[in-house]
Design a protein. Structure first.
Lengths: 652, 174, 135
């Protein structure tokens, strides 16, 4: 019953999306305000219905309704509550529904809140949103129905992949999807502005909060995903340059470039064509992130071909949206008046450099990710992995760090190199001191992490430098946003470089009672015991961990066995200290009464994710800051208008 | 801005889509094949794993064309291909084997249950010979000619319709 | 108590899957005594692809075959081979698929040139945004 209600809600939402699209198309082509006004409530109701459908799906998962095919394939009644809940989107159909739900809700929010752009541009934007949503609804209803029933329900389900049975699943996909959808709103704005030839600062200001929100969510999603992989996979790695990770990194890179170019367009009316292009690229990347990863084309072409119908559907949708937008771009952007041009040494100049370097990194990641597929089609099997990405993108990223340090210290319009160097004195000194201190303390080691650490020190100083000499209370919140976000990059970079350069790895086989030393810790194996959970059983090692003469702490890494489906996972146990983490994993018995144990001491590794949170926090501050300023300006405008009306009244 | 530049993104995208359509209609075979095909068998000397069946060394494999089956008792597809191996044996084709990461008792049980098509079985306890052969998993079957050169690699379990192919390759290797 | 018993039963049931194959190879999960050689081996293992996994390097894979490959790498490095020699030995057997660091060849030239080409094209494109400074 609930499944049917969900399906009905989905059909109704699809019908409303079609209506929204037609209303918007008519309103824009006839320039009809009445029709345009009608599109807004339709968008709101459509969002509500999508939300209802998602709620219905969550409900059937929570109830373990085994007459629904999706529940059978991805759930099990013995699974803990949280994973039944999150399991609703831990699969293809459910994640598509989650996507379109967030899309619908975001579209509703645009319809409710947006008052800045011209009504006609907004209507075109809502029309584009409806077109995107319609494609997703069609995909769900015709080839990925999450509510399909089974004629002969089995007594129980097949369970969820144990690697996904982690609190990470509850919020990692929704955060990433919120980011992807935010970029789809930016895309809709770009297409709307192209349709009405209205690419200018007002459009940029309307788009900015969506880009920023998307970017904040993507940042959180990637940060959380990285930490999830770090503790779940059991080998201490936090980034693997794996296609799935790259697919989430690419939209982030595009969104980062976009949010900087949007601010150039909003403040200085430049980079018009480029900003629109980036909005299209960012959305394309998020479509790649959603579709091609899910469909498995990246890891194995065969997985993609298992369901050619879905594959075809995906390709048609991609061609319609992205091909359509690019064609629109090519035909319309020439008509848009070229924006302002800039001086090389200026804030704008540094932002152009930022965009250039980020786009090049994006290109490298894109090419590196898809090159093996291309090569395989040409008859060569090859792999592209961490060494390529580090060699190709690493140096460019370090140049980008330098640009990032300099940019905020440059004035808009025009500046001089001499003044810039003067303002960069302290960051340069910090970089130098850090480099010398590193060589003295640790000797000469790996070039890239070394440079990374030194530059991180410089960037940290440079990112707070814009606050120097300012009245801290009167500094706008969005400046703090930038400071915090840039500082976050420095912190994260320091964490990456330090943990890459100084990690200590110890792999041992130990009998009970024996101990090993890793970094500053002494680890003793006290015992191994069986443990049982809701739907798994495990062997748990009890490790006494002591640092110097400090107190002893207990760590309990597990080797877990899941029966539905049968899988073994390693549950690492991690001790977080102020200066790093001790990461412990229990392996297999070696056959002579000893146990394989893996220990890592990872100095400052926590900075990676802490930096990620700072970056996201900076983005949030920036959203808040822009919102407050807009509100203040609006209030001032209203007051001025009232005062003018008052004067007029008196004059009359 | 030059006009062709505006169409460039669309052109790149169209190319990517055309490629995706091609892949969708005719997916590229992405099996990893050994680069050792066409080269002589690497030198190795593996001890026996079950009593009464000799181990396997490079010298044993020369003189007569044969199949070299990489298998393990813990591998499920190996059970699936066992009848096909018996058929090949019945055709008079000598089959040698390398057991990967396995134990004597387990192999004995496996052979008792699924039939024993093998002349010799070498014990490759740490898969070092498997790696030297460029084999990426179990089961795999190599066709070796009389001079000890690898002429063909079959990846995965041998299905019914693969039997004729392998037999033909073996005959051609004579 | 019942939970504890149940746990033991489940472990006993799980044991056959554990005992499927033999204990891991000598150097699969054991480091080389010489820290310099171990560092060289680890750096190499991080760039070698596990052949039976979904896109993992052998250094961070639980697969048995990855363990055997680690053992092979450590033993060869311990015996005095260089990382490049071991990589070449594996490429001879598995082709370029086995290394995450694609060797420069006709097939990978576009890949390795891509960063430079992108940068050049980007600079050329960005030039349009800047005013000519001849005033």
């Amino acid at each position: 019953m609930i499944a049917e209600a969900g399906l009905v809600a989905l059909w109704l939402a699809a019908a409303l999306a079609a209506m929204q699209l037609m209303l918007a198309a008519l309103a824009v082509s006839r320039n009809d305000d009445t029709l345009a006004r009608a599109a807004r409530p339709v968008a709101v109701v459509q969002g509500g219905l999508a939300l209802l459908a998602m709620a219905a799906l969550i409900r059937v998962f929570l109830q373990s309704d085994m007459s629904v095919a999706l529940v059978v394939a991805n759930s099990h009644s013995a699974k803990p509550w949280l994973y039944k809940f999150a399991g609703a989107w831990g699969n293809h159909e459910g994640s598509m529904l989650l996507w379109v739900t967030i899309l619908g809700v975001a579209g509703g929010a645009v319809a409710l809140l947006e008052r800045r752009v011209a009504e006609r541009t907004l209507t075109a934007t809502l029309g584009t949103q409806a077109a995107i949503a319609l494609g997703f609804y069609a995909f769900l209803l015709f080839s990925s129905n999450p509510f399909a029933r089974l004629p002969n329900p089995p007594s129980d389900g097949q369970g969820l992949n144990p690697l996904l049975q982690d609190p990470g699943l509850a919020f990692h996909p929704p955060t990433l999807y919120a980011g992807y959808v935010g970029l789809s709103v930016a895309f809709s704005f770009a297409v709307g502005a192209l349709i009405t030839r209205d690419v200018g600062p007002a459009f940029a200001r309307a788009m900015r909060p969506w880009v920023l929100t998307a970017w904040v969510f993507l940042t959180i999603g990637i940060t959380a995903g990285s930490y999830w992989a770090y503790y779940e996979l059991g080998w201490g790695g936090w980034w693997f340059w794996d296609p799935v990770e790259n697919a989430s990194l690419m939209p982030w890179l595009a969104a980062t470039a976009l949010l900087h170019s949007v601010s150039v367009l909003a403040t200085r009316d430049g980079l018009r064509a480029w900003t629109v292009m980036l909005a299209v690229v960012a959305f394309s990347m998020s479509m790649l992130g959603t579709f091609l990863v899910r469909s498995g084309i990246l890891t194995s072409v065969h997985a993609f071909a298992v369901d050619p119908e879905r594959g075809t559907f995906i390709l048609i949708l991609l061609s319609l949206y992205i091909g359509g937008a690019l064609a629109l771009f090519a035909t319309r952007i020439g008509v848009v008046r070229a924006g302002n041009t800039f001086e090389l040494v200026s804030r704008e100049g540094s932002l152009v450099a930022n965009n250039l370097l980020l786009s090049v990194i994006l290109g490298i990641v894109l090419i590196g990710t898809f090159y093996p597929i291309l090569a395989a089609a040409m008859g060569t099997q090859l792999s592209v992995g961490p060494p390529f990405f580090e060699k190709a993108a690493g140096p460019i990223a370090l140049v980008l760090v330098v640009v990032m340090a300099a940019g905020p210290l440059l004035r808009w319009r025009r500046d001089t190199l001499g003044a810039l160097v003067r303002r960069l004195t302290w960051p340069i000194v910090a970089t130098g001191i850090a480099a010398v201190a590193l060589v003295v303390a640790a000797g000469w080691f790996n070039m890239l992490p070394m440079l990374g650490l030194a530059l991180a020190a410089g960037l940290a100083v440079a990112s707070v430098a814009p606050l120097a000499g300012r009245n801290l209370l009167r500094t706008p919140l969005f400046v703090y946003g930038m400071v915090v976000a840039h500082l976050g990059i420095a912190v994260s970079l320091a964490g990456m470089a330090a943990s890459t350069a100084f990690t200590r790895e110890v792999l041992v086989a130990k009998a009970i009672g024996e101990s090993a030393t890793v970094g500053p810790y002494r680890v003793t194996l006290r015992g191994i015991r069986p443990v049982i959970g809701d739907n798994w059983s495990a062997l748990e090692a009890r490790l006494d961990v002591q640092r110097g003469d400090g107190s002893t702490r207990l760590l309990a890494p597990q080797s877990r066995f899941f029966s539905n489906p049968p899988t073994t996972t390693s549950e690492s146990a991690i001790l977080t200290a102020f200066d790093g983490q001790l990461y412990t994993v229990l392996g297999q018995p070696d056959g002579t009464g000893r146990w394989q144990l893996r220990f890592w001491w990872k100095p400052w590794v926590t900075l990676i994710w802490f930096g990620g949170l700072l970056i996201a926090g900076g983005g949030a501050l920036s959203i808040l800051g822009h919102w407050l300023r807009d509100r203040r300006q609006k209030k001032r405008a209203i007051e001025a208008a009232e005062a003018a009306a008052h004067r007029e009244a008196w004059a009359a | 801005m030059r006009r062709w530049l505006l169409w460039l993104p669309l052109a790149v995208f169209a190319l990517a889509m055309a490629f995706a359509v091609r892949e969708l209609r005719k997916p590229t075979d992405r099996t990893v094949y050994s680069a050792m095909v066409g080269k002589p068998l690497p030198t190795f000397d593996l001890p026996p794993i079950v009593a009464g069946k000799p181990g396997l060394s490079t010298a044993d494999v020369q003189g007569q064309p044969r199949l070299l089956n990489i298998f393990a008792s813990w591998c499920v597809p190996c059970i699936a291909e066992a009848p096909q191996l018996m058929k090949l044996k019945a055709m008079g084709i000598p089959i040698d084997a390398i057991a990967i990461r396995d134990t004597g008792p387990a192999i004995r049980q496996f052979l008792a249950r699924n039939g024993d098509p093998y002349t010799r079985i070498g014990d490759d306890r740490d898969s070092q010979v498997q790696l030297a052969l460029g084999s990426s998993g179990v089961p795999e079957t190599f066709v070796i000619d009389a001079r000890g050169v690898i002429v063909k690699q079959h990846v995965g379990d041998i299905r019914d319709d693969d039997v004729a192919d392998l037999a033909a390759a073996w005959r051609a290797a004579r | 108590m019942i939970r504890r018993l149940l746990a033991l039963v489940m472990l006993a049931l799980a044991a056959p899957t554990l005992a499927q194959s033999r204990a891991p190879a000598d150097y699969a999960n054991v480091q080389l005594p010489d820290p310099a050689k171990e560092a060289e081996a680890t750096a190499l293992m991080a760039t070698l692809r596990c052949l039976v996994c979904q896109g993992q390097a052998i250094v961070d894979s639980d697969a048995d075959m990855a363990g055997d490959m680690r053992s092979l790498v450590r033993q060869r490095i311990a015996a005095g081979e260089s990382a490049d020699e071991v990589r070449a030995w594996l490429i001879d057997r598995y082709g370029d698929y086995v290394t995450y660091d694609p060797p420069v060849s006709a097939a990978t030239l576009p890949l390795w040139l891509a960063p430079l080409l992108l940068l050049t094209f980007g600079l050329w494109l960005a030039r349009a945004s800047f005013r000519r400074r001849n005033k």
